[in-house]
Design a protein around this ligand. Structure first.
Ligand SMILES: Cc1cc2nc3c(=O)[nH]c(=O)nc-3n(C[C@H](O)[C@H](O)[C@H](O)COP(=O)(O)O)c2cc1C
Length: 320
C-alpha cells in the first residue's frame, strides 16, 4: 500500500472522500466532514469572488485546529480543494497560488493533466488526485506525476463518465498499482466496502452529501433528492456542453421542454448561456443515480456514523 494511502487511512474513520460539488460544498460542510472523520473538499470556485478564497481556507484551518485542540482523541481528517484545470476557468492558476500559500493538504484536479499543480504543491507535501473517466486520461495524469486517480464511473453526479465501474477499475488497475478512488453512485456503507473489494483504496461520495444540514444546497433541492430514484436522473450535455447527470424534476420545474433536453447531442446552440435563466447547477440541479438509496436529511456527523455502521455490518456479514 502506498504511503499516501497509509497516511490518509490513518487520518480517516472510514475510507471516504466527500467529493467537491459546485454550489453545494461550503465551509460548514467541509468542517463537518473533517471533524466527523472523512475527507471534506470544495471547488475553489464556490468561494466567490476570488478574494473570498483565502478567508475560506483560513476559516476551515482554524476551525479544524480548534476542534482538534478541544477533542485531542478525535480523528480530524485533512481537507482538500478542487481545481478545474482548463482555459475556460480563468481563476485556476490564481486559486492554485492562494491554496499553495495556505498549504492546502489535498488537491482534486479535473480536465487537463495537472502538471503545474503537481510541481507547485509536491514540494510542501501536498497531494494531487486527478479525476479520470477512461484509461487514456489516466495515463496522461500518471505521466503528470499525480498521487492517485479518481475513477468517475457512469451514473455519478455532475459531469459523469460512461463506463461501468467494474470495467473501469479493472482496465486501469491492469497498468496502474497506485492509489485509486472510486466515484459514482456510492451512497451506503456497503458500497464503500464494495469499492475496496474491487481493489480501490477509497470511495468518493458526492450526491450522498447533498442532503445534509451543513450543505449549501437549498431545501427544495435536498427534498427532491430524498424523493428521487435513479429513473429521475437524466444524462445530457444540454446545460454545459459536457454530458452530466441532473434531476429530471428540476428540469421540469424550470419549465424546459424535457424532450428537447433529452434529445440534445451537444450543448451547442441549445445550451443555456450564463445570461439566460434557468441556470445549470443553480436552477437545474445535479445528482447521480445513487439518489434511490438516500432517505433522510441528516446532520453530517450522523450520516458519517451511519456510513461507518453500515460498512461494519456489511463486513461482518461477508466474513460470516
Ligand atoms: C451538484 C454537483 C456538483 C458537482 N460539482 C463538481 C465540481 O465543481 N468539480 C468536480 O470536480 N466535480 C463536481 N461534481 C462531481 C463530484 O465531485 C463527484 O465526482 C460525483 O458527485 C460522484 O458521484 P456521486 O454523486 O454519484 O456520488 C459535482 C457533482 C454534483 C452532484
Amino acid at each position: 500500500m502506498s504511503t499516501v494511502i497509509q497516511n490518509l487511512l490513518a487520518q480517516t474513520r472510514i475510507p471516504v472522500i466527500a467529493a467537491p460539488m459546485f454550489l453545494v460544498s461550503g465551509t460548514d460542510l467541509v468542517v463537518g466532514l473533517c471533524t466527523s472523520g472523512v475527507i471534506g473538499t470544495f471547488p475553489t470556485l464556490n468561494a466567490r469572488p476570488q478574494e473570498e478564497l483565502p478567508k475560506w481556507l483560513e476559516d476551515i484551518a482554524s476551525r479544524l485546529a480548534a476542534y482538534q485542540q478541544a477533542h485531542p482523541e478525535a480523528i480530524v481528517s485533512p481537507f482538500g480543494v478542487n481545481l478545474i484545470v482548463h482555459p475556460s476557468n480563468p481563476r485556476w492558476e490564481g486559486d492554485l497560488e492562494i491554496c499553495a500559500e495556505h498549504k492546502v493538504p489535498l488537491y482534486i484536479t479535473s480536465l487537463h493533466a495537472p502538471n503545474k499543480v503537481v510541481e507547485r504543491v509536491h514540494p510542501y507535501g501536498g497531494i494531487v488526485l486527478h479525476d479520470v473517466t477512461n484509461a487514456k486520461h489516466a495515463r496522461k495524469a500518471i505521466e503528470a506525476g499525480v498521487d492517485g486517480l479518481i475513477l468517475v464511473a457512469s451514473g455519478a453526479g455532475g459531469h459523469a463518465g460512461t463506463m461501468n465501474p467494474i470495467a473501469l477499475v479493472n482496465e486501469i488497475r491492469s497498468f496502474y498499482d497506485g492509489p485509486i478512488i472510486l466515484s459514482g453512485c456510492i451512497s451506503h456503507g456497503k458500497d464503500v466496502l464494495a469499492a475496496l473489494a474491487l481493489g480501490c483504496d477509497f470511495a468518493y461520495l458526492g450526491t450522498r452529501f447533498i442532503p445534509v444540514q451543513e450543505s449549501m444546497a437549498p431545501d427544495a433541492y435536498q427534498s427532491m433528492i430524498i424523493g428521487a430514484d435513479a429513473t429521475d436522473i437524466i444524462y445530457t450535455p444540454y446545460f454545459t456542453g459536457v454530458p452530466g447527470n441532473y434531476l429530471k424534476p428540476s428540469v421540469i420545474a424550470a419549465g424546459l421542454d424535457l424532450d428537447e433536453v433529452m434529445a440534445a447531442k451537444t450543448g451547442g446552440t441549445v445550451r443555456l448561456s450564463k445570461e439566460t435563466k434557468p441556470r445549470a447547477w443553480k436552477d437545474i440541479w445535479g445528482a447521480g443515480q445513487g439518489v434511490g438509496a438516500i432517505e433522510k436529511i441528516l446532520p453530517v456527523r450522523e450520516l458519517v456514523d451511519q456510513l461507518i455502521a453500515e460498512f461494519d455490518t456489511a463486513k461482518k456479514k461477508l466474513l460470516a
